[in-house]
Design a protein around this ligand. Structure first.
Ligand SMILES: Nc1ncnc2c1ncn2[C@@H]1O[C@H](COP(=O)(O)OP(=O)(O)OP(=O)(O)O)[C@@H](O)[C@H]1O
Length: 303
């Protein structure tokens, strides 16, 4: 769906994105993560030919993004959607639908209902959340084969976020592809197949979410019906910060919990707590590692 090689964008002397090699596969949901200013929007604008690269190559849907036919096969939610004027959202969406070759009115209404969007207010008066919903409706409504969503969950309340994530899952189930950016891992980890982590204009990692989860540290607690010997839990693969106090065992695990679970199973377990793996910690490691490495390169570079 997307293939880039050495894709680079400088804004004058300022680095927007440098040497991006990225592949997005058909049918996947790709989460594009990074803090503010990392280069996510720059990447997305390059893929859509809103801006042109300083150097590097890319294909989108197998073609040059300058090819106008490519754009019509993509649904796009910009990070900041400008919706102005007195016209209401219903008429605006109907107009866009007609321009895109016809979208059934029922589909627009269906999406509006799911997202609890108000289509009757004048567009210039929409709240941030409602503007975001209108942006999502126009991105999804013509059922494009590739959806590019820049910070799609920003401004949505938690219930609407859940509904949006269901819409993304449905897109994937129908074999279509999604690229969504975010600066919060939690917003994309439950729906993404892979995540790319970008920092200071560089892609620092691309990982399967399942692999990331296996690498993550998780905190685990066991309570037994009687005191257990510390030796039974020492030197188990991946087990760290072990604390054995009477009938209680606490530790963190790096990777698979298999060895720990088998060790615990030799005693009578009365209660067990396992926290969700903390992917955010891994995510932050990528950020901070890169920060050090590229601290010097962050200073002005030539165009
Ligand atoms: N039009 C522009 N002119 C000059 N510099 C720009 C321009 N657009 C982006 N930049 C710079 O390029 C870098 C990457 O910005 P970009 O908007 O791509 O980041 P982002 O990851 O999308 O962050 P955000 O979530 O804040 O939009 C930043 O340092 C930003 O200041």
């Amino acid at each position: 769906m997307v293939q880039t090689e050495g894709l680079t964008k400088f804004y004058g002397g300022r680095r927007g994105l440098e040497d991006l090699d990225l592949e997005i596969r058909p049918g996947e949901v790709f989460g594009y993560l990074g803090p503010n200013g990392a280069g996510k929007t720059t990447t997305i604008r390059l893929l859509l030919d809103v801006i042109r690269p300083t150097r590097g190559r890319m294909t989108v849907l197998g073609a040059d993004p300058r090819d106008a036919a490519v754009r019509s096969r993509i649904g796009y939610l910009p990070g900041e959607l400008a919706l102005e004027g007195r016209e209401n959202a219903a008429r605006y969406l109907a107009f866009l639908g007609a321009v895109r070759g016809g979208v059934p009115a029922g589909r627009i209404e269906g999406l509006a209902e799911r997202l609890e969007a108000d289509l009757s207010a004048p567009m210039g008066k929409l709240s941030k959340g409602n503007r975001q919903k209108i942006g999502l409706i126009q991105a999804f409504m013509h059922e494009p084969e590739f959806l590019i969503l820049d910070e799609p969950t920003s401004g949505l309340d938690p219930l609407v976020q859940q509904e949006f994530l269901s819409m993304v899952r449905e897109v994937r189930a129908s074999g279509r592809t999604v690229l969504m950016s975010s600066h919060v891992l939690a917003e994309v980890e439950h729906v993404s197949d892979r995540v790319g982590i970008v920092r200071s204009g560089r892609l620092v990692a691309v990982e399967e979410v399942a692999a990331l989860r296996e690498k993550a540290v998780r905190r685990v607690e066991f309570h037994f019906d009687a005191p257990v010997p510390r030796e039974a839990f020492e030197d188990l693969p991946g087990v760290r910060d072990l604390r054995v106090e009477g009938a209680g065992v606490r530790c963190t695990i790096d990777g698979r919990p298999d060895a720990l679970v088998k060790a615990a199973a030799r005693f009578t377990v009365v209660h067990m707590v396992s926290a969700e793996p903390d992917l955010e910690e891994i995510f932050l490691t990528y950020y901070s590692g890169e920060e050090a490495r590229h601290a010097r390169a962050d200073v002005e570079e030539p165009a």
